[in-house]
Design a protein around this ligand. Structure first.
Ligand code: NAI
Length: 214
């Protein structure tokens, strides 16, 4: 399949398509029209057609979309047909919560190691993965083809640790620490800010209330 440059806006929407199509598949639905998908997802049918046309358009006039095919193709575009080895750096509240999230493996993200500096956490295991100390990280990275590191440490330590990870072969960082990492261009960084999502929620509550108290 020929792939054109895809806008970040479309890429941000793809996981949602993937999730809905996965649910349809689980419910035995084989094909769906853009209109039906649009009703389910609460996006316009033309948006769906436009988005999916980016990948050569998997739909057929009068037939709609083949759910399994579309699900598989979007999975490939998202790189979910490959496995990615990950480590979590920082085994505190958030690191432990993420490590406990079993669905990662379902999507091909294999949790290989968890690291921290707190000796009290040493030896604790989360879903079978032991927490190791940071001084073991370098050797671990040399041996285990780790592609992604999840950063769940205090922001004051994030830049230093991120640089160390990159120097030791990590290619991508899922950064939860509230700070910019400024890494080399070839390193993929995805910053996550739950509080921004909460602010969007807050905005939507306020605007709903404004609308309904007019
Ligand atoms: P926490 O204090 O429970 O855990 C932090 C862990 O990092 C501790 O176990 C600590 O020993 C470890 N640590 C400290 N320095 C380290 C280093 N140099 N190397 C390895 N491990 C180190 O904190 P929590 O609540 O888990 O939050 C972790 C980070 O995630 C914080 O930066 C927090 O601000 C951020 N956070 C971000 C959210 C987001 O939406 N982006 C949501 C919640 C927290």
């Amino acid at each position: 399949m020929e792939e054109r440059e895809i806008s970040q806006a479309v890429i941000r929407r793809l996981p949602r398509y993937y999730r809905y199509l996965g649910e349809l598949l689980e419910n035995g639905v084989e094909r769906i029209s853009s209109n039906d998908l649009s009703k389910k997802m609460n996006v316009t049918a033309s948006q769906i057609r436009q988005d999916l046309n980016n990948f050569g358009g998997f739909g057929q006039q009068g037939y709609g979309y083949n759910v399994k095919f579309l699900y598989t193709e979007i999975g490939k575009i998202l790189g979910l047909d490959e496995t990615h080895n990950i480590v979590i750096i920082g085994a505190g509240n958030l690191g432990q919560a993420l490590a406990n999230y079993a669905a990662f493996e379902k999507r091909g993200f294999m949790l290989k190691g968890i690291f921290d500096v707190n000796p009290r956490l040493e030896g604790m295991t989360i879903r079978g993965v032991p927490v190791q100390m940071m001084d073991e990280l370098k050797r671990f990275l040399e041996k285990n083809n780790i592609e992604i590191a999840v950063l769940t440490i205090p922001k004051t330590k994030a830049v230093e640790v991120a640089n160390f990870l990159v120097e030791n072969g990590v290619k991508a960082i899922w950064n939860f620490a509230h700070t910019d990492l400024n890494l080399p261009e070839e390193i993929i960084v995805e910053n996550v800010h739950l509080s921004e999502s909460l602010m969007r929620l807050s905005y939507n509550i306020s605007s709903y209330n404004r609308e309904h108290t007019k």
